[in-house]
Design a protein around this ligand. Structure first.
Ligand SMILES: Nc1nc2c(ncn2[C@@H]2O[C@H](COP(=O)(O)OP(=O)(O)OP(=O)(O)O)[C@@H](O)[C@H]2O)c(=O)[nH]1
Length: 308
């Protein structure tokens, strides 16, 4: 990607910059879209719904402007204290953004969940509304056309309705260009080259969480939290040592994560290590310990300890 220096950005009189938040039901492809636009993995993705927990900021740099993407946790009716905290992140974020992109998958009919979220957007009149029709690679042309029509009838204040596919990279540049046009005139908000404002430690814990989510049963994902105790850069070798904990809510879940003779945990460790090596650009030694924090999703003290 073309990334001229920050000063060049600042000098363009028609440069635009601002904040965009992608909202939508769980699993509609918000995190995958964020990563595809930024060009690097800043948000973890999973086939399990509701895996996004933090408001991660990814930055997209273009000659004409800059987009700060705030990837929020899916809006949902909260069932736990964690759920309530996630919803309040969404509320605070949406009060501040310039554009809200409501993600609606091309391959699923609009349902009550989508309508509920669309109605919530009425409380944020300042933000311009854009419909992003995701996963068009997974739907036939007539189905996409039908979906575009249904979406145009969902609200009457759309600034744009843009069909895309993140995995097949269809129309991503169009989306970026359109979003930049909707941003206010402003100098760049982040220096060129910044892809996220997330710290290394939280990016590493998210990559570990993503690896633990693969292959576990549906109810388990919400019970997993990851913390990093230590990141040690070795002087004698081109190696980074990482010491991390995987927290679950019950003893029985601990067994599931570890697997028979520790096989599953080894797999998780290998997958996470591979992703972390791509991030830090060095060989990684990863030590993972599985611990139980009883019912942490419902317990304020435990939530604080796990960084929520
Ligand atoms: N076919 C297809 N699948 C996609 C596309 N984008 C995302 N997916 C898949 O949809 C699933 C969910 O994607 P995510 O990006 O994690 O969805 P999300 O909306 O961030 O989910 P939450 O974190 O649960 O809110 C994953 O299995 C992705 O691989 C796409 O463009 N085409």
């Amino acid at each position: 990607m073309d990334t001229p220096s920050g000063s060049e950005f600042d000098q363009a009189p028609d440069f635009r910059a601002g904040f965009v938040s992608f909202v939508g039901r769980p699993n509609v492809g918000k995190s995958t879209l964020t990563n595809a636009l930024v060009g690097e993995k800043v948000a973890i993705t999973s086939s399990k719904p509701q895996t996004t927990r933090r408001a991660i900021r990814g930055v997209v740099h273009q000659k004409t402007g800059q987009l700060v993407l705030v990837d929020t946790p899916g809006m949902h009716r909260p069932r736990t204290l964690l759920g309530e905290r996630l919803n309040s992140i969404v509320q605070t974020t949406l009060g501040d953004v310039d554009v809200v992109g409501l993600c609606l998958p091309a391959n699923e009919k609009i349902g009550p969940g989508d309508r509920f979220i669309s109605e919530q957007l009425d409380s944020f009149p300042r933000a311009k509304k854009v419909a992003i029709v995701t996963k068009i690679d997974a739907a036939s042309r007539p189905a996409v056309a039908e979906q575009l029509l249904a979406i145009s009838e969902l609200r009457d204040d759309w600034e744009a309705i843009i069909p895309i596919s993140s995995t097949s990279r269809i129309q991503l540049d169009t989306l970026t260009t359109q979003l930049i046009k909707l941003m206010p005139l402003s100098s760049a908000l982040y220096p060129a080259g910044t892809v996220t404002d997330e710290g290394l430690e939280s990016r590493i814990s998210e990559l570990i969480r993503e690896a633990t989510l693969e292959g576990v049963m549906d109810e388990l994902p919400h019970s997993i939290a990851v913390t990093v105790d230590d990141i040690v850069e070795r002087d004698d070798k081109d190696l980074v040592e990482i010491y991390a904990n995987v927290f679950v809510e019950r003893d029985s879940q601990k067994g599931i994560i570890i697997g028979h003779q520790g096989e599953r945990l080894q797999d998780v460790g290998a997958r996470a290590r591979h992703e972390i090596e791509k991030l830090v650009g060095k060989q990684v030694y990863l030590s993972l310990r599985v611990k139980v924090a009883k019912d942490w999703q419902r317990n304020a003290k435990q939530l604080g300890r796990l960084g929520f």
